[in-house]
Design a protein around this ligand. Structure first.
Ligand code: MN
Length: 419
């Protein structure tokens, strides 16, 4: 069988900005190109927010209608934990960190299941059959990292006999991506053995690790972090031929270009610095591109120049969507990092102070980002959403993982993760 895996489409990411259509454009291309697959697997973060705007849901449904027009070539076998009547190309999804909600609340992936667009798995297996061949998809939806080892232990997925077995999850994994030293998270050794393939969403760039446990991270179909890795790694989706075990990464044709540029401004005066930036921008913008590119400028070195990031962004706003960082990829501002002063660095410092002082698991970065983008309605929605859910969690008094592995402290991770 041919299995296609399209991860982290993040519908609604940068909605209301000039990048608002990017998630849909990229997903549409991936969906169109995989409509003839026997099975499509979506490893979480289909949506960027757990309560997407109606317009975002509408466009997502337009995308999923592509699969509905596909042909169903497989049947769910009786070995499955679930029953489902697929229309068109069978789509199986788990929910990710961005969609997870407390028990009793419907997340957008569950909503799509109710609308009959896909089958949502959480600690369940779906087994497909085609001409005597079997493919088993075992799905564990996203849970807060600290609970992941326990939830997986409880799920304890066992490979289905005589089938090609895929385990799909959406978590950080030690050594592959930053995990907090303060609490447990999954490590490679925790991942179940005996599977033909392990598939992890969550991490936004493609990785394929072969060995004792074969693990593939398809990466997101869109750029979200504007870092060096994202600039170097193409965006795309994965296909697997389950008969030969052959795995392929398929690059998308025309996602928005990302340039990551480090510029040494050591000892530069203001005009020198601006000239150097201009020179680099001229080089970058030579190429004719379908969409205005993303440009991440990292200004390295100490300088006495006073430059406002907002002015630089504005200067090139016709030709590029700019992100400017001082000193390092992480944008750390130290007291002696030079004289580049601007409101953005104050924003970053303010965020640091807020993060240190807000310990309730409130998604403060999301709120800040919305306010920064001038999305007041979105910010109000987020606050209201949190009030409702916090009230509910308190009511339930949840500290431990429940049967479904859906703890009340669902937003804790938002503070440390951007994926
Ligand atoms: Mn993601």
């Amino acid at each position: 069988m041919e299995v296609a895996i399209v991860s982290d489409t993040h519908f609604g990411y940068k909605w209301d900005s000039e990048r608002g259509e990017d998630p849909f454009d990229n997903a549409r291309e991936a969906f169109e190109r995989t409509v003839d697959a026997d099975i499509v697997v979506l490893p979480g973060d289909l949506f960027d927010r757990k309560v997407p705007k109606q317009e975002v849901l509408g466009e997502a449904v337009d995308c999923f209608n592509l699969y509905r027009q596909g042909e169903k070539t497989v049947e769910l076998s009786e070995d499955s934990d679930v029953e489902h009547d697929f229309h068109g190309t069978p789509v199986i999804a788990i929910h990710g960190t961005h969609e997870r909600r407390s028990e009793g609340f419907t997340n957008p992936v569950e909503l799509l299941e109710k609308m009959d667009y896909l089958l949502h798995l959480h600690n369940e297996v779906a087994v497909f059959e085609k001409n005597g061949e079997k493919v088993a998809v075992h799905g564990m939806s996203g849970v807060p990292e600290r609970y992941a080892p326990k939830v997986l232990e409880k799920f304890a997925p066992e490979p289905v006999e005589d089938a090609y077995n895929i385990f799909v999850f959406h978590q950080s994994v030690d050594k592959l991506v930053y995990t907090s030293p303060d609490h447990d998270s999954l490590s490679m050794e925790d991942l179940p053995g005996g599977f033909d393939l392990l598939v992890d969403g969550h991490i936004h760039w493609f990785q394929h690790l072969e060995g004792d446990r074969e693990l593939v991270l398809p990466g997101s179909t869109i750029t979200t972090q504007m870092n060096k890795v994202e600039a170097e790694q193409p965006k795309g989706y994965v296909t697997i031929d389950t008969e030969t075990g052959e795995l392929e990464f398929n690059e998308l044709g025309s996602p928005r270009e990302l340039f990551y540029e480090e510029i040494d401004v050591e000892g530069h005066s203001g005009p020198e610095l601006l000239d150097k930036v201009q020179e680099r921008m001229d080089e970058l913008l030579q190429e004719e591109l379908e969409k205005k590119p993303l440009v991440r400028l990292v200004l390295e070195g100490e300088t006495s120049a006073t430059v406002k990031k907002s002015e630089l962004k504005e200067k090139y706003s016709e030709d590029a969507i700019m992100s400017i960082t001082l000193g390092s990829d992480r944008g750390e501002i130290s007291g002696d990092a030079g004289g580049i002063q601007d409101s953005d660095s104050i924003a970053e410092m303010g965020m640091q102070v807020l993060k240190e002082n807000v310990n309730s698991g409130f998604p403060i970065e999301d709120l800040f980002e919305l306010l920064e983008d001038g999305e007041i309605d979105g910010a109000v929605d987020l606050v209201e959403d949190m009030e409702v859910e916090e009230g509910r969690s308190e009511e339930a008094g949840k500290e431990e993982v429940d049967e479904e592995g859906k703890p009340g402290e669902e937003n804790v991770q938002k503070l440390t993760e951007f994926q």
